[in-house]
Ligand binder design. Structure first.
Ligand SMILES: [Zn+2]
Length: 583
C-alpha cells in the first residue's frame, strides 16, 4: 500500500492540476482517513485519474524520475536479473541493464521492502541501481516478458482453435484450407515462439512430433530431451506446413523425408536451423537442429579441461605437424573440442581448411567445406583437393574409412597439422582402430601427437547447488577407482575434500528445475612421446602401454569424472549415467 502521507500529497497535487474536482477531493480525503487501503487500490486503476498521471506525480513528490514502459520490449537479460516471484510480489521490474547498471521500475516507490529486496540483490551481484516510478500498466506490460512458452503458445492457440479445431456438425469441406491456416497469424506465432524459445533456453534440437491425439514439442537441452509443450493434434499439420514454408520445402509432399534450412534473427544475431522431416505412420515429424554461429568458441577451460590435461592439449596443439585426435561416441562433444582448438589456432598467418559433415559452427577466417558424398565430394575427394590448397592446418570432421585414414596420416606426415575425430570408446582403442583401417603401424607412430577420449556430462546449476549423500557402495567404488591413481595425478582440491562430500542441484528457475546448467567434458588423454611411438611401431603391446601410461600419470575417464564430481562440478549420477551407457 502507498504510504498514507504520500496519498495525501498525491491527492493535493491532483487537485492543484485540476485532475479532480473539489467535491472529489473532499470525498477522497475522507477515504484516506477512514480506509487508506481502499484509496491505494483505487490509485492502481484509473478510477481517480489516469494511471500515468498518478505515476508522474508520485515521481515529482519523491523526486524520482518517471518512465513509460508500454510498448517497450524489455530484454530478457535485464528482466531475468530479478526472479518472477520477487517482481510480482513487489511490483518491481528491471527494464534496462547496461553492464553493471540497472534501471528499475517501481509501481510503489514508497515501498521500502521492495527497495530493500532490490538493494540486497544489487549488493550481492555488485550492480548499480537507478529507480524510476512506473504505472501499474507499464508494470503489466513489462512483466509479460516473464511469460512462459506455455502461456505464449496458449494465447496463440486460443486464436488458432477457432480455425483449426474440428467442430461438430461441419463437414471437412467447410474447414479452412490448410494453406490459409498456415499463413494465419496464430500458427506463425506458435512456430516463432517455439524457435525463439529454443535459442533462449539453449536447446540444441527441437522435436515436433505427433503422439496420438497430441502434438508434442520437446527440446534437447544439455543433451537430454525435455517435453516443453503438448498441443492438440489438430495444429500439428499446420505447424509442419508452416515450417515447410519458411524452410522452402514442398508443402504438399508428405510421403518422403525432406531436409531444409531456416535462418532466423534473434536479438542481434542470426541463427540457422537445419530442418529434417520424416513421415511417420500418421503424420510427419520435424526435428530442427540449432546451428548457432557464436562470436566466440568456448575455451578448453570452459569445456572442462584444466591442470595437466589443459597443458597437454595446449602444448600439442602448437605442434606444426602431426595428428591431434579426439575420440568418443556420437554426442560426446568431439566437434566442440575441435571447434575450440580451431578458434585458438585461427590467425592471419595460417591457412586453416576443414571438411565437415555437417558444418556445425561457422568461424570467420577459416575455410570450411561441407562434405556431400552424393555428389562425389566425400572426405577422401575433399582431402585430396585440400592438400592442393596449400593448407597449414586441416580439420577432418571424422575418419570413417580406410582411404580417409590413409590420407589423413599422409597429410600429417607431410608437414601439416591434422585435427580429427574417431569413433572409439577409449583413448587406447584409437590405435587398434587405425590399424584395423589398414594404417601402417610405423607411419601411425610417427604421426600421432595426442589422443583424447571424451564424454559430455551435465554441470551442476550453481544457483541451487546443495550437498548430497551418496550410497556407501558408490563411495567404495569411487575410492577403489581413485586408489589406483598415482598421488601426482590427483587434481588440486580433491585431497582437501577428504571425506568426498558430493553435490547436486535441487532445481530452480534458472535451470528449469533440472538441477543442471551447461555441460563439461570428462576425458582421458595419451601423449604420444618417443616411448609411446616405439610401442605403437612394435605392435602396441598391452603391458608396455600400461607401464608407459603410469609414467605419464594417466588419468582415465572415470577417474577424471569422479574427481570432477568431488570438486563439485557434477553429480555422481551423471558420471554413472554416462559411463554405464557403454556397458
Ligand atoms: Zn538451479
Amino acid at each position: 500500500m502507498l504510504k498514507k502521507s504520500l496519498q495525501k500529497q498525491l491527492l493535493d497535487a491532483l487537485k492543484t492540476q485540476d485532475s479532480i474536482s473539489p467535491e472529489e477531493y473532499k470525498q477522497y480525503l475522507k477515504m484516506i482517513k477512514a480506509n487508506p487501503e481502499k484509496f491505494s487500490k483505487l490509485l492502481n486503476g484509473s478510477a481517480i485519474a489516469n494511471t500515468e498521471v498518478i505515476a508522474k506525480i508520485k515521481g515529482q513528490i519523491l523526486n524520482m524520475p518517471y518512465e513509460f514502459l508500454e510498448g517497450k520490449k524489455i530484454k530478457e537479460e535485464a528482466l531475468k536479473v530479478i526472479p518472477q516471484d520477487l517482481s510480482r510480489n513487489y511490483k518491481v521490474i528491471v527494464f534496462n541493464k547496461e553492464g553493471n547498471n540497472l534501471d528499475v521500475g517501481l509501481v510503489d516507490p514508497s515501498d521500502f521492502k521492495a527497495i530493500d529486496a532490490i538493494e540486497f540483490l544489487a549488493r550481492k551481484k555488485n550492480l548499480k541501481v537507478k529507480y524510476f516510478v512506473i504505472s501499474p500498466d507499464s508494470f503489466q506490460n513489462a512483466a509479460k516478458g516473464y511469460e512462459s512458452i506455455k502461456e505464449q503458445v496458449g494465447k496463440a492457440l486460443d486464436f488458432a482453435e477457432e480455425k483449426l479445431a474440428p467442430k461438430s456438425g461441419t463437414s471437412i469441406s467447410d474447414a479452412t484450407p490448410l494453406e490459409q491456416v498456415v499463413k494465419s497469424a496464430p500458427v506463425s506465432k506458435i512456430v516463432s515462439v517455439i524457435l525463439r524459445h529454443a535459442i533462449e533456453g539453449g536447446a540444441s534440437d527441437i522435436h515436433i512430433e505427433p503422439q496420438g491425439d497430441k502434438s508434442r514439442v520437446r527440446y534437447r537441452i544439455d543433451g537430454i530431451l525435455h517435453t516443453s509443450i503438448v498441443l492438440p493434434i489438430y495444429v500439428h499439420a499446420a505447424l509442419v506446413s508452416r515450417i515447410k514454408v519458411i524452410s522452402n520445402l514442398k508443402i504438399d509432399e508428405t510421403r518422403i523425408p525432406q531436409d531444409g534450412r531456416i535462418r532466423l534473427t534473434v536479438g542481434e544475431k542470426d541463427v540457422d536451423f537445419r530442418v529434417s522431416l520424416i513421415p511417420l505412420i500418421t503424420q510427419e515429424k520435424v526435428v530442427l537442429r540449432v546451428l548457432e554461429s557464436p562470436d566466440k568458441a568456448p575455451t578448453f577451460e570452459e569445456l572442462g579441461f584444466f591442470g595437466n590435461a589443459l597443458e597437454k592439449m595446449e602444448k600439442n596443439l602448437k605442434k606444426p605437424n602431426g595428428m591431434f585426435l579426439v575420440t568418443g561416441p556420437t554426442g560426446s562433444g568431439k566437434s566442440t573440442t575441435l571447434f575450440s582448438a580451431l578458434f585458438k589456432l585461427n590467425k592471419d598467418g595460417v591457412n586453416i581448411s576443414t571438411l565437415e559433415d555437417p558444418v556445425e559452427y561457422h568461424i570467420e577466417g577459416i575455410n570450411q567445406s561441407q562434405v556431400r558424398s552424393e555428389l562425389g565430394f566425400s572426405f577422401v575427394a575433399g582431402l585430396r583437393a585440400l592438400l592442393r590448397q596449400d593448407p597449414d592446418i586441416i580439420m577432418v570432421g571424422e575418419i570413417r574409412d580406410k582411404e580417409t585414414a590413409r590420407l589423413a596420416i599422409h597429410a600429417a606426415l607431410t608437414g601439416h597439422s591434422v585435427l580429427t575425430t574417431l569413433h572409439t570408446n577409449d583413448a587406447v582403442g584409437a590405435v587398434p582402430r587405425f590399424i584395423d583401417m589398414g594404417a601402417e603401424a610405423f607411419l601411425l607412430a610417427s604421426t600421432l601427437n595426442l589422443i583424447i577420449s571424451q564424454r559430455l556430462i551435465r554441470r551442476i546449476c550453481e544457483n541451487c547447488k546443495v550437498k548430497e549423500e551418496v550410497p556407501p557402495e558408490v563411495l567404495v567404488e569411487v575410492k577403489k577407482d581413485l586408489a589406483e591413481l598415482p598421488e601426482k595425478a590427483w587434481y588440486k582440491g580433491v585431497k582437501e575434500n577428504s571425506n568426498f562430500q558430493f553435490h547436486k542441484g535441487e532445481g530452480c528457475s534458472q535451470c528449469g528445475g533440472t538441477g543442471y546448467k551447461g555441460r563439461l567434458a570428462i576425458a582421458e588423454m595419451i601423449i604420444i612421446n618417443t616411448r609411446m611411438r616405439e610401442i605403437i611401431a612394435q605392435g602396441f603391446n598391452g603391458k608396455e602401454v600400461r607401464e608407459e601410461l603410469i609414467k605419464q600419470n594417466f588419468v582415465n575417464i572415470i577417474q577424471d569424472g569422479w574427481m570432477k564430481a568431488i570438486l563439485g562440478l557434477t553429480t555422481v549420477e551423471e558420471i554413472l549415467r554416462v559411463t554405464k551407457q557403454e556397458e
